[in-house]
Design a binder for this molecule. Structure first.
Ligand code: AGP
Length: 604
């Protein structure tokens, strides 16, 4: 977790560092800090709280310096206090460091350094890095080799950037946490993610695990940890900096909900030709030898994986969605070269998902990732990547990326059904593919006509919020509940509708609204399940098409356009996103940055 940035160039660094941190805040927002090199020592400014608080504190006393580092934190070791905020400094303040990741052997390193007389002032694992760097600087031939020795001693995951007093350079390295170099005409950036410097440059180098860089005003030196020079390709990213801003919306989440029609058009673009699915890296026959499919993912991405699992199973393919954090211990049965493992991850940096992906790769499986981020670790680690093309998502709550994941995975499911021996695509695949073209427009219709705000308002102060659905809509029900609890802090659960009567019904009262999702498949049974809850006093909100039988029974209705059952759940999901958003807004929650969470979870 955490976001880091570093900048080398002409002119003052501080403003650019702080604005970079604002664009990285989705990675953590417990505390923030910057350090600049200004010829008379390293000046460090840091505090607990959000970047805006750091920014306010800097007004009137902007420190000068052309070279600097910055950090926004999501706590792993030690609470979010001023002392635990980054940058951390060494014994004599000769070195300042920002770090994203976890140093697993920090206790050992701390003990050794303490014996050598180093005193520590924070609870963090990070603080050992500047101390160790300073320790090696004492007898090193040059700064670069002292930094290399430091990094080689670290076990765990890190993207780390360091300043040394009096030296106009940044020393940085990566292992297991993202680090991207941005190259402009007269300045360089290093950051955890591209939006941190997208206002200045869109030419980037995605550093690999084991890479180390020294960035000076005159250029960049890249080596591996043995000191051998390496080269990495410069890539051009085509994200629009505007896209990374909130625009006319109050929150990124609302903007991202409203940009789903566009995101979905991008997702689908060129992937259906002459009524057939065409996925760029997966021509016909790619999956001829696949015997079973494992989907691994976390949170919202797991719900998208469930959505896909159901479609694969319907096509006659042995498929299972696993929570990535459980996959390692799940004993998923034999994993062979005929097993296809699909790692679904918006960020491509989720540690649990990367762990599952690497395990599958080591076991010899074919590994594909379905991700949003082109240069992400998942994209570079998997054998092949299939991009969902949703554009940058900043709000911690995943919205547009769920829709784009579910569509991409549905297309992948059809591709697999055509290839995998013994499997077959749905009988009505032509109608299904026809209707996907209408999905962006249908989402737009939902956005323009939704009664979600009024519904959210009617059920404020409920004890708990239930979401139920069957088949594909079981995944959507779970996603609806995750979104609701994540940003409202109210209790919410998603259930397979048939499961209510096996236990959860005991919780149902007039104070537990039940959002019931109907998609035109198995709706009769779902309606019965809703009526069972209603008979116990629960208000029912039907998320269904206009003339659906469930609407007559329900207390409230959130309408979705008529479409193929495979896409109906995604329209229902948009209604649920809006319900969550409006409920959170009525409760005055910090919607884009819910407490205790971060956008990209790079710890296990
Ligand atoms: C969803 O709203 C969450 N913020 C979270 O569950 C997220 O989906 C999960 O952490 C996985 O992230 P990824 O898709 O980037 O791997």
């Amino acid at each position: 977790m955490c976001g880091i940035i570093a900048r080398v160039g002409d002119g003052d660094a501080i403003r650019k560092l702080v604005s970079g941190l604002e664009n990285l805040e989705y990675r953590g927002y417990d505390s923030a800090g910057v350090a600049v090199q200004n010829g008379s020592g390293i000046s460090v400014y840091k505090r607990s709280g959000q970047v805006s608080e750091l920014k306010d504190a800097l007004v009137g006393s902007v420190p000068k310096g052309k070279v600097g580092i910055g950090h926004t934190r999501w706590s792993t070791h030690g609470p979010p206090t001023d002392e635990n905020a980054h940058p951390h400094t060494s014994q004599t303040d000769e070195v300042a460091v920002v770090h994203n990741g976890i140093i697993e052997n920090y206790a050992e390193l701390k003990a050794t350094l303490s014996e050598a007389g180093h005193e520590f002032t924070s609870d963090t694992d990070t603080e050992v890095i500047p101390h160790l760097f300073e320790y090696y600087l004492e007898d090193a031939d040059d700064i670069e080799s002292a930094f290399r020795r430091t990094v080689r001693d670290l076990e765990g995951s890190y993207a780390v950037a360091a300043l040394v007093d009096g030296v106009h350079a940044i020393y940085a390295a990566r292992q297991g946490s993202p680090l991207i170099l941005g190259l402009d005409d007269d300045e360089y950036y290093l950051a955890s993610d591209v939006p941190a410097f997208l206002d200045h440059t869109d030419d980037v180098v995605y550093l690999e695990d084991g890479d180390m860089v020294v960035v000076e005003p005159t250029g960049v030196t890249m080596t591996d940890l043995a000191g051998t020079r390496i080269d990495r390709d410069v890539e051009h990213v085509d994200w629009d900096p505007e896209e990374a801003g909130k625009g006319e919306y109050d929150h990124y989440m609302l903007k991202e909900i409203h940009t789903q029609p566009n995101a979905l058009s991008n997702t689908i673009e060129g992937r259906i030709q002459d009524g057939e699915v065409r996925l760029e890296s997966f021509p016909e026959g790619t999956f001829d030898d696949v015997e079973d499919v494992h989907l691994v993912a976390c949170g919202t991405s797991y719900h998208a994986a469930m959505y896909c699992q159901q479609q694969l199973a319907d096509a006659g393919i042995r498929a299972q969605a696993y929570r990535a954090s459980e996959y390692v211990d799940a004993n998923p049965g034999p994993v062979t070269e005929d097993t296809l493992v699909v790692a679904v991850t918006q960020s491509g940096e989720t540690a649990d998902t990367l762990g599952a992906l690497r395990q599958a790769k080591e076991a010899g499986a074919q590994v594909v990732t379905v991700t949003n981020v082109v240069g992400s670790t998942a994209a570079r680690t998997a054998d092949e990547a299939l991009f969902i093309r949703a554009g940058p998502e900043i709000g911690v709550a995943a919205t547009k990326t769920f829709s784009s994941q579910a569509v991409t995975l549905s297309l992948l499911a059809i591709r697999l059904a055509e290839d995998v021996p013994g499997a077959s695509p749905p009988d009505d695949v032509a109608a299904l593919l026809d209707d996907v073209y209408d999905l962006p427009q249908h989402v737009d219709q939902v956005l323009k006509t939704s009664d979600a705000r009024a519904v959210a308002d009617s059920y404020m102060d409920s004890q708990s919020y239930f979401f139920i659905g069957r088949g594909l809509n079981n995944a959507v029900a779970k996603e609806g509940a995750l979104k609701f609890k994540e940003i409202t802090y109210e209790h919410a659960e998603g259930f397979a509708s048939g499961e209510l009567k096996h236990g959860p019904l005991a919780l149902v009262t007039p104070d537990t609204p039940v959002f019931t999702l109907f998609d035109g498949a198995g709706d009769g049974k779902t309606l019965k399940n809703a009526e069972e809850a209603q008979a116990r006093g629960a208000p029912i909100v039907a998320v269904a098409s206009e003339d659906h039988a469930g609407v007559d029974v329900a207390d409230d209705h959130l309408e979705i356009p008529d479409t193929h059952p495979v896409w109906a759940g995604l329209l229902a999901n948009v209604q649920l996103q809006l319900v969550s958003y409006h409920a959170a807004q009525l409760l005055d929650r910090p919607i884009d940055k819910p407490r205790n969470l971060a956008k990209s979870v790079t710890v296990e």
